[in-house]
Ligand binder design. Structure first.
Ligand SMILES: [Zn+2]
Length: 1008
């Protein structure tokens, strides 16, 4: 009791300290306009729903009244943040449109639709005068955004800075279980439109606040369904939100590199179209307001230092203002590193603006609840002198108070300093234009003779979406390449040798053919191109030990296309033209009735196979030459088809088809449009969601079903040829996949469309109860499918599931001990190019990996594959002679020592004669696993990102084809289909699908 009243005393002291007089010199204090009447009823409810006096501020503890403009109550039936009320996106829009009707200070823009066809909007709030002159203002901002238009003239920029009205873009509820932002933004839009206090009026007159109240609209409607279900069944557990958008959940905030989701594209286009200065994204996972704009290191290497300083300025002031209000738990430094550019807000950071992000405290719905926070969250630290309370009653209104207070103080501070920020906006763009000579590179070049032109086009389309300018060389050109410096050797002798080598560092040049694409770096949005195309290195010695997300992403590597980083400034003088539409050249050339397409592991090949269902397509099992052209192994040979139809399809896909006078004599096998089942769990759907997205974009049909559904199909082989079981995510265990969610207690967790939950399933999968998993019966059916000739494809945690539940005799998985690979790009090496899975790939391949699992092989059933112990273990015993001499025994003639078997890390140890004695455990050669790709050697493993303790996984198998009964299990240690970033490895999956009944092709068996 005593301690509690002590706390109360401290807090009331805080309250006394909150007086406008303490506000910054010359700045308007946050206080309401005493002349403007207050909406008493609304204000009373705000106070009622706020659970403690220190969870609010003078900016939001009242609502100004208006005779003409409706408050959020008009749509919500209560105030913003009221308990039990969570509006659908449609209701949020309805209110915003009421505001637009009632006030000349509000204007709504439709910014596109979601995958499921729901509308996304942006609400502009500003003075009527500002909204009337949006186009003139945009023209000014466009000049600042592209300093080339004013010839980099700083004086001209200053004039524009003095006249321009900045745009501050706020986005809410990208993460669907983080539910508070829409009501906070409804009320804030009202305040900005109606409030006559000087503090708010300055914001309204001085800048344009742009608001997208719901970013993940599909997910919002599902979440509201769930919440209403929860209100209708208060005693029951409610289902977890397993689907947010159509494809992915939390990862919708990791798409700002690949721009594969509609929400990313729509926000990006809005941000770029408005030439906004800030993109501020709202989240709710940390008490009570963490402005993670400042976050922690390492910072993304490609951001302009000016931006890093802006983060500090805005963050520090934001915390200071809210601290003065007496609001606990507001801070700006914490464990979020600003390395990956995948976050939605980072669109601004990579396009010369300011990225910002709030984590506030949400209850995942609108219930008022007693919340206990983690000790690390309530501890006072140097950057959080007034930490959150360990335990508190928390309401949605509290959350709305924090969100609005944070935003309003930010808007005000931004307005106070808008000339500085507008000038910085210009300077960042100018420095980007000056990049080639300032820091380089001058350009990136994507050569016209890349064998994967359709993938190259795919990569260029990502850059187009990112508003990057792309040019094409009109003629061939030569650039000089920098000499790569070798690291200084530590030993003297090596240093001497190196010095001799270094004596003549021959300057190298490279010629690029006409038609090569050039990404000039002297453009305003060079920064994003540089960040995507360059390589990343995260030091194992970095003080940051827990990277927040992926550490590497180099797009050229992951797309499997050539990208040259050119520092030679001469590249900018090459005769070139700007291109706005990217299409790889495709179609049929030559004369003849047989057609061939070279296989370079382009996913478009699979699209073609499914598109032309009736055409006879075959794969060449060996490389061949025809009509003076060389074709790789796996190249398509197409007979009995309509040339025009093929020409059209190939042109659309960017595939080059060669008509041949006669069929090549090479051995072929059919390439089939396999019937594909795609399996998901009810544990998580996000990681597999990226696979669905890729297959949908490629036009590969599949039957989408849960582990529950597949367990109910008696004869899987009658319906499907291939079952894809993509990663579950979160390193799910085999038993979790089998058992699902515990059923021994609780109630069923339905996931389906009902009158109560009309949006829940949408067109995704549904179930009466999410809890059951695959089950042991389902496991048996899956195993029978493989035994009877089916192909099961697994990756990462589902590979572990397959190896640990008896699908893959001869392969075991192990977890790493010291290995640390956090979402990195690694090198892989081709082991068996004759396997159809490898068709179109070269010796070296770049792959996405996130810590394995580590595969090891054995040829002895029941044994675990083991790691080779290294050469030391084969050293001779102590005895006569030198290290390489044989030992001897006194009184006995010497005997020939049997040769020690040796094997590579990716191979199974050779079967010994001893093991073969009554060797019923020895796996017959035809049943042994076949390694297709392995991880590169330790030294060559890292391409981009972080790798620590690489010896554990280096050289181990990365992709293994395991014969099982009449079928196959194809195991991936890598994730080949990930976040729209790994197009270069898609064909590993597609090859497996197309060649499902010919996977044994090219297999060389061991002799014994
Ligand atoms: Zn979030």
């Amino acid at each position: 009791m005593n301690r509690h009243s002590g706390l109360g005393l401290v807090l009331s002291l805080f309250a006394i300290l909150v007086v406008p007089a303490l506000w910054a010199d010359g700045e308007t204090a946050p206080a309401r306009d005493p002349k403007q009447p207050v909406d008493e009823a609304y204000t009373a409810k705000i106070q009622k729903y706020t659970t403690a006096p220190y969870f609010t501020s003078p900016l939001v503890n009242y609502l100004p009244a208006s005779k003409t403009v409706p408050t959020p109550e008009a749509v919500l039936g209560d105030v913003a943040g009221a308990p039990g009320i969570l509006p659908y996106a449609e209701d949020v829009y309805k209110y915003m449109r009421l505001l637009e009707e009632a006030s000349p200070r509000v204007k709504i823009f439709s910014i596109g639709t979601t995958e499921e066809g729901r509308e996304m909007i942006a609400v502009a709030v500003s003075s009527a005068e500002n909204l009337k002159s949006l186009e003139e203002n945009r023209a000014r901002l466009e000049k600042l955004a592209d300093p080339r238009t004013i010839k980099l003239d700083d004086a001209e920029a200053d004039k524009l800075v003095a006249q321009a009205v900045p745009v501050y873009y706020i986005t809410g509820t990208i993460h669907s279980p983080e539910t508070g932002a829409p009501t906070a933004l409804m009320e804030m839009a009202y305040r900005l439109a109606v409030d006559e206090s000087p503090y708010i009026r300055e914001i309204r007159d001085g800048m344009i606040t742009l608001i997208t109240p719901v970013v993940e609209v599909d997910g919002r409607d599902r979440m509201v369904d769930l919440y209403r279900w929860h209100l209708a069944h208060p005693e029951d557990f409610y289902p977890p939100l397993i689907y947010w958008g159509k494809y992915v959940a939390h990862d919708n905030n990791r798409d700002a590199m690949g721009v594969t989701l509609k929400l990313t594209e729509n926000v990006l286009n809005t941000y770029i179209g408005w030439k906004a200065q800030v993109l501020h994204d709202l989240h709710e996972s940390v008490p009570y307001l963490y402005d993670n704009t400042v976050g922690d290191g390492p910072y993304n290497a490609w951001v302009d230092p000016i931006l890093a300083d802006e983060w500090q300025m805005i963050g520090a002031r934001n915390v200071a203002d809210m601290t003065k209000f007496g609001m606990p738990g507001v801070f700006s430094h914490g464990d979020f590193d600003t390395w990956s550019p995948g976050y939605l807000m980072f669109i601004a950071a990579m396009h010369n603006g300011i990225s910002r992000l709030y984590e506030t405290f949400g209850n995942g719905g609108a219930d008022t609840q007693e919340r206990t926070v983690d000790p690390e969250d309530y501890a006072r630290t140097w950057y959080r002198q007034n930490p959150p309370l360990p335990k508190t009653l928390w309401s949605q209104r509290d959350n709305n108070n924090y969100e609005q207070t944070g935003l309003l103080t930010s808007l005000h501070f931004f307005n106070e300093n808008k000339r500085l920020f507008l000038k910085n906006f210009y300077l960042k763009a100018k420095r980007s234009v000056l990049k080639p000579s300032a820091e380089g590179p001058a350009a990136y070049v994507l050569p016209a003779d890349d064998p994967r032109l359709s993938l190259q086009a795919e990569l260029l389309r990502v850059l187009r979406k990112q508003a990057v300018e792309i040019s094409r060389a009109k003629s061939a050109f030569i650039v000089s390449l920098p000499v790569k410096k070798e690291p200084k050797p530590k030993k003297k002798q090596d240093a001497k040798e190196a010095a001799e080598k270094e004596a003549a560092p021959a300057p190298t040049t490279r010629e690029f053919p006409a038609g090569s694409y050039i990404i000039r770096m002297d453009q305003p949005y060079a920064r994003i191109a540089d960040a995507l195309l360059d390589h990343q290195y995260w030091s194992p010695d970095d003080p940051q030990k827990t990277p927040y997300d992926d550490t590497g992403w180099t797009f050229g590597e992951l797309f499997g296309v050539q990208v040259s980083r050119v520092t030679d400034l001469k590249v900018l003088d090459v005769s070139m033209e700007r291109v706005t539409e990217i299409h790889a050249r495709g179609g049929v050339k030559g004369e003849g009735a047989v057609f061939a397409i070279n296989n370079n592991a382009e996913p478009a090949l699979a699209t073609l196979r499914y598109k032309m269902k009736d055409a006879g397509m075959e794969a060449a099992e060996e490389p061949f030459e025809s009509g003076g052209k060389k074709f790789n192994r796996g190249s398509f040979v197409i007979r009995n088809t309509n040339r025009n139809e093929l020409d059209r399809a190939a042109a659309g896909l960017g595939l080059q088809v060669v008509a041949l006078a006669a069929a090549p004599s090479v051995k072929t096998h059919p390439v089939r449009a396999a019937r594909v089942a795609f399996v998901h769990t009810w544990l998580s759907t996000q990681t597999e969601g990226w696979w669905r997205l890729a297959l949908d974009n490629l036009g590969i049909p599949y039957a989408y079903m849960s582990t529950q559904a597949i367990a109910k199909i008696d004869d899987l082989n009658a319906k499907y040829d291939v079952i894809l079981f993509p990663p579950v995510g979160f390193a799910s265990s085999p038993t979790a996949i089998i058992n699902g969610i515990p059923m021994a207690w609780g109630n069923p967790l339905p996931w389906k469309n009902t009158p109560e939950t009309p949006n829940l399933a949408g067109k995704n999968d549904s179930t009466d109860d999410m809890r059951p998993g695959l089950g042991w019966d389902g496991l048996a059916k899956l195993q029978a499918f493989v035994q009877k000739g089916g192909v099961l494809l697994t990756a990462t945690d589902t590979s572990r599931f397959a190896t640990e539940t008896g699908f893959t005799t001869g392969v075991s998985t192990s977890s790493s001990q010291k290995l640390k690979i956090v979402g990195s790009v690694l090198g892989a090496r081709l082991i068996d190019g004759a396997s159809p899975i490898a068709y179109g790939y070269e010796e070296k391949l770049s792959v996405y990996c996130d810590n394995g699992p580590i595969f090891s092989l054995t040829s002895i059933a029941g044994a675990r594959g083991r790691r080779r112990l290294g050469p030391e273990s084969h050293s001779r015993p102590t005895g006569r002679g030198s290290m390489n001499d044989p030992d001897f025994t006194v009184g006995r003639s010497s005997v020939e020592v049997p040769e020690e078997p040796s094997w590579e890390t990716w191979e199974a140890p050779p079967v010994t004669d001893e093991q073969r004695r009554n060797g019923f455990r020895v796996i017959p050669p035809a049943n042994r696993p076949r390694v297709i790709f392995r991880y590169a050697d330790s030294k060559e493993l890292l391409i981009s990102g972080l790798v620590e303790g690489s010896d554990e996984i280096a050289q181990h198998p990365a992709i293994v084809d395991v014969p099982s009964g009449s079928g196959h299990v194809v195991l991936f240690s890598i994730n080949p289909v990930y976040r729209g970033e790994t197009h270069g490895t898609y064909s590993l999956v597609l090859n497996t699908i197309l060649n499902f009944d010919s996977l044994k092709v090219g297999r060389k068996l061991a002799e014994k």
